[in-house]
Design a protein around this ligand. Structure first.
Ligand SMILES: [Zn+2]
Length: 84
């Protein structure tokens, strides 16, 4: 299971994929850079700020931990995905 060990706010300098929703994170915006550990392997990824909040709010639904695209499974049509 993937365990986030550290999070810090960053301003992206290039495009990234959001780990939680798998959508693109634009460059030049504020995002969350997360460091995580999975089976003693270290990994890192980016999250939208709002996805970071969603992850925190859905902690109970993610009792098995965070995985790629996990927010898509929690909510099929999240309101914020409709916003551009
Ligand atoms: Zn996202």
């Amino acid at each position: 299971m993937l365990e986030i060990t550290k999070k810090r706010p960053v301003t992206t300098r290039k495009l990234h994929e959001c780990f939680a929703c798998t959508q693109t994170i634009d460059k030049g915006i504020k995002a969350i850079y997360a460091t995580a550990k999975q089976d003693e392997q270290h990994t890192h990824f980016h999250l939208h700020q709002k996805c970071n909040i969603k992850l925190a709010k859905n902690k109970n639904a993610l009792s098995d931990g965070v995985y790629r695209g996990c927010l898509n499974d929690i909510e099929s049509t999240p309101q914020w995905l409709m916003e551009v």
